[in-house]
Design a protein around this ligand. Structure first.
Ligand code: SAH
Length: 347
């Protein structure tokens, strides 16, 4: 049981149950949000901390095991360990407007996309809300310049795992990280990326979340998409388009489409034309991403020329589009790659 799993209201109940005065709840919640260890919670009585420990509440949800920093752009890759010995990874990207953390939502992944390292061993387990929040809290603490400032301004749920396959824990995490008395990160500054689990897209909209929805599309038609993304058997491209329209109507938020460019798979002009037709009239932005090579998957990135030509077609068709800058190229590790490397070192 990690304290980071709980909202202020739930912490208040715990504090009451342990027979402590109610004002301790806010103090405890603030410490936990800062990533403090029990020994650092200096305004709390030792006896209270003992009670918490005895009841089985942990001050930390995850532990940073390793940090790699890019000399090129300051990007940091993190390896974290969980209490049960599992290992996950994350990235911190530094931009002019602030720092963006990429968080994982599962250990492994069930989706098994043909280019992705995260699904190679299937799903190991879901992360708890506190383990997802723990990544933000730990990296925030690791990057503080001044004591009481907030180092993380933006969050993308684009690490390993499919967030919509861990819906309840992910949405609890969103509420916790958005809480005013917590890190208070606005929904506007959070992006959730999904391979297209459509029923959960409707649910997210109905549950009142207004974050930026990002769809990993990677192909404009079912035929091509099925060969690289098994989820297509369950949810078709048309289902995705219907779901995102619903999401847009409810939230007014433009939809971002991710399109990883794979040599010989989805990178020709015909595909670009099809994508333009699919997105015509949709409030959308397309991110073209050069594929990161994953040895076990064997797929290669589209050439620079093909990516440029693909973008030109989209632009000509008035589809808003950018080519994703590769960050931290010298420290390696897209989606699960770094974790695999780390696990292999231990073998
Ligand atoms: N499961 C979620 C979020 C995690 S992956 C999703 O599918 O969106 C984050 C993004 O990286 C997704 O768009 C995913 O398709 C993409 N991705 C995975 N492996 C990649 C690789 N080797 N090269 C480029 N992009 C990759």
């Amino acid at each position: 049981m990690q304290l980071l799993d709980y909202s202020l209201k739930e912490i208040t109940d715990i504090v009451k149950e342990l027979g402590e005065p109610q004002f301790r709840a806010k103090q405890l919640f603030e410490w936990v949000t800062k990533g403090a260890h029990y020994e650092e919670m200096t305004n709390l009585p030792k006896s209270f901390i003992e009670k918490l420990k005895n009841a089985g509440y942990k001050d930390q949800a995850i532990k940073i095991e390793e940090v790699l920093e890019s000399k090129l752009d300051g990007t940091k890759k993190y390896i974290y360990s969980l209490e049960d010995g599992n290992v996950i990874e994350g990235v911190l990207m530094k931009y002019k407007y602030g720092n963006t953390i990429c968080v994982s939502t599962q250990v492994g992944c069930r989706m098994n996309c043909a280019f992705c390292a995260s699904g190679l061993d299937g799903l190991v387990r879901n992360l708890t809300p506190g383990e997802i929040l723990g990544q933000v809290v730990a990296v925030n603490r690791d990057n503080l310049v001044k004591k009481d400032e907030r180092a993380i301004t933006n969050i993308v749920l684009m690490g390993s795992g499919e967030p919509m396959d861990n819906y309840d824990n992910v949405t609890k995490f969103l509420r916790l990280v958005n809480a005013e008395e917590g890190l208070n990160i606005s929904m506007r500054n959070i992006s959730l990326s999904t391979c297209g689990v459509c029923d959960k897209i409707y649910k997210l909209a109905d549950d009142g979340f207004t974050l930026t929805l990002t769809i990993s599309l990677h192909a404009p038609d079912n035929e091509t998409r099925e060969t690289i993304m098994p989820i297509t058997k369950k949810f078709k491209v048309e289902d995705i388009m219907k779901a995102v329209k619903y999401y847009f109507d409810k939230t007014g938020r433009r939809i971002v489409f991710e399109y990883s460019m794979i040599n010989g798979k989805n990178d020709n002009v015909e595909e670009a034309q099809k994508l333009s037709r699919l997105l015509r009239g949709v409030p959308a932005h397309v991110n073209l991403i050069p594929l990161n090579y994953v040895k076990e998957r064997g797929l290669h990135s589209a050439s620079k020329d093909n990516i440029k030509t693909f973008m030109d077609v989209l632009n000509k068709n008035k589809i808003s589009c950018t080519i994703r800058r590769t960050m931290g190229a010298d420290i390696e590790g897209a989606c699960g790659q770094l974790r695999r490397k780390y696990l292999k070192m231990g073998e």
